[in-house]
Design a protein around this ligand. Structure first.
Ligand code: ADP
Length: 189
């Protein structure tokens, strides 16, 4: 299996690059952000539990996020591999992901971190909000999301670095240029 984690701060381009990667490599895309938004839209019980947390730009508690992810892995036994987008965002999530993949006889192949500086991120999301209308893209909520990233999520990087699984790629440039860089990393696994 080819199991990739696409890592990076809000607005780094994870969603855009994931869409291209899953087409090229035939992977199953797991975006926890998209899954949560789906639940909110369908007004499921889970959606009701998380909607305020997400609107505030905070991280959803690990217990909820991990349970949702484990179910998604279990429900896709035919997958050639997974691309994880927006997960793991905490070290506890990274550990749970290792366990979950182990239980199906697999592991993370590699983690690619998209590097984008904070000024560029703020600019990109301001633009995105005009199109997406996502409440959590509003300036004050975005500040909270970036804060959560630098307080909690960034700690996931040394977790994978220690395992020798981390590669950093610049997330600034053309979409196709960045995609090419990513495919070069993946084709070397
Ligand atoms: P972005 O990468 O632009 O911040 P996402 O779509 O990945 O957006 O996530 C949107 C929101 O969903 C996050 O701000 C957070 O509230 C919640 N969320 C998504 N994934 C996770 C996760 N792995 N752990 C906790 N919360 C999450």
């Amino acid at each position: 299996m080819l199991n990739l984690v696409l890592f990076g701060p809000p607005g780094a381009g994870k969603g855009t690059q994931s869409a291209k990667l899953l087409e090229k490599y035939g992977l199953h895309h797991i975006s926890t952000g998209d899954m949560f938004r789906g639940h909110i839209k369908q007004q499921t019980e889970l959606g009701q539990q998380v909607s305020q947390i997400i609107a505030d730009g905070k991280l959803v508690p690990d217990s909820i996020t991990i349970a949702m992810l484990e179910e998604e892995i279990k429900n896709n036994p035919q997958a050639k591999g997974f691309i994880f987008d927006g997960f793991p965002r905490t070290v506890a999530q990274a550990e749970a992901l290792d366990d979950s993949l182990k239980s199906i006889g697999s592991e993370i192949t590699g983690v690619i971190a998209l590097d984008v500086d904070e000024a560029e991120l703020t600019q990109r999301i301001a633009k995105r909000q005009e199109i997406s209308g996502r409440a959590d893209d509003a300036a004050d909520k975005l500040t909270k999301r970036i804060e959560e990233y630098f307080n909690k999520t960034i700690k996931v990087l040394p977790f994978y670095e220690k395992q020798g699984k981390l590669t950093k790629v610049s997330g600034v440039g053309s979409i196709d240029g960045i995609f090419n860089e990513l495919t070069q990393v993946i084709d070397n696994y």
